[in-house]
Structures are given as structure tokens and as C-alpha cells.
Design a protein around this ligand. Structure first.
Ligand SMILES: NC(=O)c1ccc[n+]([C@@H]2O[C@H](COP(=O)([O-])OP(=O)(O)OC[C@H]3O[C@@H](n4cnc5c(N)ncnc54)[C@H](O)[C@@H]3O)[C@@H](O)[C@H]2O)c1
Length: 272
């Protein structure tokens, strides 16, 4: 390990169980010398295994619904108490769509569910940033990262209203990144991660086929949750101090592919 986060404090949202990307980030942050608090909704804390992660990383879990401003205020205040000062990094690893869960397709959305998708998966990022800024809870040159997906830019079958949420999420990183950067030198970025088998990931229609497709189309193959965690660590570290307002693709090259040799050969075979 490289001690990349030695002396740094943070808050990690979204570890539900061992497959969660946030879980892997917490493990890596711990290895790199950071101290941090963990958070999730009360229901996810009850049904998931985040308390085991907390034990492993010698830390505490503070319940918070990321759509609720007073929960977020409590989370930042308590985290600063526990950690002994302002934080240096925040990971937003949160996503949920009731339309996806209940099988409502994109041309037959339930609008109450749609609002919830946007609130949980996108506006919560703004809420986290706004609460942190009002409480002056992040040190200068701190780093805030949220996890996104390429469906923000391109239509991928089955991603449904989460695509709209991810577009808003990435836009918030730019808009808030400008203000937070100008005033506090705090960077705000999103990482656009390969499809990954997690609880949220498995909810996407045709996930296994999609993963197979992106694996074959990407010159480097899909990026795993552990590899995503490594990338997050670099963004929390002082090695990326001038990276802000970006959507950073972490997908083995998938986002810049058009047609691959393998796909072309397969296409030719099928035509025959
Ligand atoms: N798995 C993938 O294929 C993939 C690909 C790209 C991006 N992402 C993104 O990565 C992030 C993490 O997802 P994951 O794949 O690790 O799945 P996951 O199911 O392990 O994590 C999603 C988390 O969101 C939390 N959450 C839901 N509602 C919340 C709320 N109101 N307040 C606070 N937390 C809430 C859940 O409790 C859960 O811990 C999400 O933003 C997801 O969209 C996932």
C-alpha cells in the first residue's frame, strides 16, 4: 500500500454488502491510512452487512437517508465529532429506481417513482454538497466523488429512468464543482464505472448480457469494483488536486469504442 490517504478523513455513502462498490472503496481507503465514517439508510443497515465493514475498518455507521437534509446535517456534524475535524473526502455511491425494481418500462413510468429516482440517485448528491458547504465540513483541497454510468450520455436498453438521474448527477458535479472549486478549492467529480455485479447492478434488465457485451467491446475488459475503488482512492489523494468538474470514464475503454474486430466478425457470421 502507498499511504495515499494518510491523515485524511472521509465519509463513505452506500456500502450495503460485500459486493457494493462503496464497500471496496472503504476497504481500500482503510488500507491507505484514511479514517472515515460509513453511512446508509436505516433499512439498508438492517438488511445489509455494513456493521461488519465498520468493525473491519474500526469505525462507526451513522444512519442517514441521503434525500433528507436533517439526516445529512446530523451525519456531517457527527462525523466531524468522531473524526476530530472536517473531512477531506466524500464518496456518494447511491442509486435506486422503483420503476426498475417494479418492472415499469421507460414509456410507462410511474411519475412518483420517477421523482424518487431523481431524488435518491441525483438530487441527493446536490443535498450532500450543499449541506457540507453550509456546515463548512470539507477541508480546502478536499475531494467529492459520485458514481455514474454511461447511460447518462448514451441510450442503453433497460437502464430506464436511472439514465436521466445519471445525467443530472453528472451535471451537478460540474455546476457545484465550479462553486466549490472557486470558493474552497474543493474538487467534485463523477466516475462512470463499467457494469458491475452488485445489488443495484443486478436490478438492471439483462445485466449479465450487458456485462458480457461491454467485456467483449472494451479493449481492457470491464473494470471491477476493486479497480473502481483504486480509482476512487487516486481521486481522494493529493495526486489529483487539479481534477475537477469531470465525468471520468472507468470502463476499460468502452466509452470510446465504436466497432471492435470481434463484434465485426460476429456480425459478419450472423449475416451469413
Ligand atoms: N453496479 C453497476 O453496474 C454500476 C455501474 C455504474 C455505476 N454504478 C453506481 O454505483 C453506485 C453504487 O451502486 P452499487 O452498484 O455498489 O450497488 P449497491 O446496491 O451496493 O449500492 C447502492 C446503495 O445506495 C443506497 N441507497 C439507496 N437509497 C438511498 C438513500 N435514500 N440514502 C442513502 N443511500 C441510499 C443503498 O442502500 C445501497 O447501499 C450507484 O450510484 C450506482 O448507480 C453502479
Amino acid at each position: 500500500m502507498y499511504n495515499l490517504l494518510k491523515g485524511k478523513k472521509g465519509i463513505i455513502f452506500g456500502a450495503l454488502n460485500e459486493s457494493s462498490i462503496a464497500w471496496r472503496v472503504a476497504e481500500r481507503a482503510y488500507e491507505e491510512g484514511a479514517i472515515f465514517t460509513l453511512t446508509n439508510t436505516p433499512v439498508s443497515i438492517r438488511f445489509g452487512t455494513i456493521n461488519d465493514l465498520a468493525k473491519k475498518c474500526k469505525t462507526e455507521v451513522i444512519p442517514a437517508d441521503a434525500t433528507n437534509l436533517s439526516d445529512l446535517e446530523n451525519l456531517f456534524t457527527k462525523s466531524m465529532d468522531i473524526l476530530g475535524g472536517k473531512v477531506d473526502f466524500v464518496l456518494h455511491s447511491i442509486g435506486m429506481s422503483l420503476n426498475v425494481r417494479k418492472g415499469r418500462v421507460y414509456d410507462n413510468l410511474d411519475y412518483d417513482y420517477f421523482k424518487k429516482t431523481l431524488d435518491i440517485s441525483a438530487l441527493s448528491f446536490h443535498k450532500v454538497l450543499q449541506v457540507a458547504k453550509k456546515l463548512d465540513a470539507i477541508n480546502d483541497w478536499g475531494s467529492v466523488v459520485a458514481l455514474s454510468y454511461i447511460a447518462a450520455q448514451r441510450t442503453l436498453y433497460g437502464y430506464n429512468d436511472m439514465a436521466d438521474a445519471k445525467s443530472v448527477l453528472e451535471s451537478i458535479a460540474r455546476s457545484f464543482g465550479y462553486i466549490y472549486g472557486r470558493e474552497k478549492k474543493i474538487r467534485v467529480n463523477t466516475i462512470s464505472q463499467s457494469p458491475t455485479l452488485t445489488t443495484a447492478g443486478s436490478g438492471v434488465k439483462g445485466m449479465e448480457n450487458l456485462m458480457d457485451f461491454t467485456e467483449r467491446m472494451s479493449p481492457l475488459g470491464n473494470a471491477s469494483a476493486d479497480e473502481c475503488a483504486d480509482y476512487c482512492i487516486t481521486l481522494f489523494s493529493d495526486l489529483t488536486k487539479k481534477v475537477t468538474m469531470q465525468n471520468l470514464f472507468h470502463d476499460g475503454g468502452f466509452s470510446n469504442m465504436g466497432m471492435s474486430y470481434k463484434a465485426m466478425s460476429q456480425y459478419n457470421k450472423s449475416l451469413e
